[in-house]
Design a protein. Structure first.
Length: 188
């Protein structure tokens, strides 16, 4: 399906120069002289190379046909993460490097959407935030209240997060999956 360069969104997958690219950043520029254009920063799915490309607003790009499948994360195995297709119950290992740092938000038995392109897994769709339990954090000394202070914490997946002083070991917190930052204390 062809879409105009001005309609491309961050996270879209596009086919360009014979490769599949994920759009990382987009800036719409309208100079005083000349026509408007879209500046796209893209990353190749196949070899992780980055490309900054400028497209006129009326240029057409081929949006990749991606097949989403609901899968359940089962367990880590070596450097892979094993998922199960919820329809066929087939198990599929996906390498850590293919998950682009998203493995820090995966808990066993969690349902996620995995995108496939030509029958190959190319990415994971995570919810906007996840609830994780704090397994380790420092205690705060009374009177240590510098403005904007936080303390480091480690959650059950091994992710390091800066949390407010009132968060303790065993608390459940909501973490933003885009930035990896603390959002709020989660209701149990």
């Amino acid at each position: 399906m062809k879409i105009s360069a001005s309609d491309v969104r961050v996270g879209n997958l596009v086919e360009y120069q014979g490769k599949l690219w994920r759009v990382l950043k987009k800036a719409h520029v309208k100079p005083g002289k000349g026509g408007a254009f879209a500046q796209l920063e893209m990353k190749a799915i196949s070899d992780n190379t980055k490309l900054n490309e400028r497209f006129r607003s009326e240029d057409k790009l081929e949006k990749a046909h991606v097949e989403p499948r609901q899968m359940q994360y089962l367990y880590p195995e070596g450097s892979d993460f094993v998922f199960m297709d919820l329809e066929s119950f087939e198990q599929l290992p996906i390498a850590t490097e293919d998950l682009d740092g998203q493995s820090d938000f995966l808990l066993p038995n969690e349902e996620v959407q995995i995108n496939f392109y030509n029958e190959q897994p190319i990415g994971l769709e995570l919810p906007a935030s996840v609830v994780l339990e704090v397994t380790e954090t420092e205690t705060v000394v009374k009177g240590q209240t510098a403005a904007g202070s936080g303390k480091p914490a480690i959650v059950e997946t091994g992710l390091r997060v800066i949390v407010p002083p009132f968060v303790n070991t065993g608390d459940k917190i909501r973490v933003n999956t885009d930035t990896g930052e603390y959002m709020e204390r989660a209701e149990v």
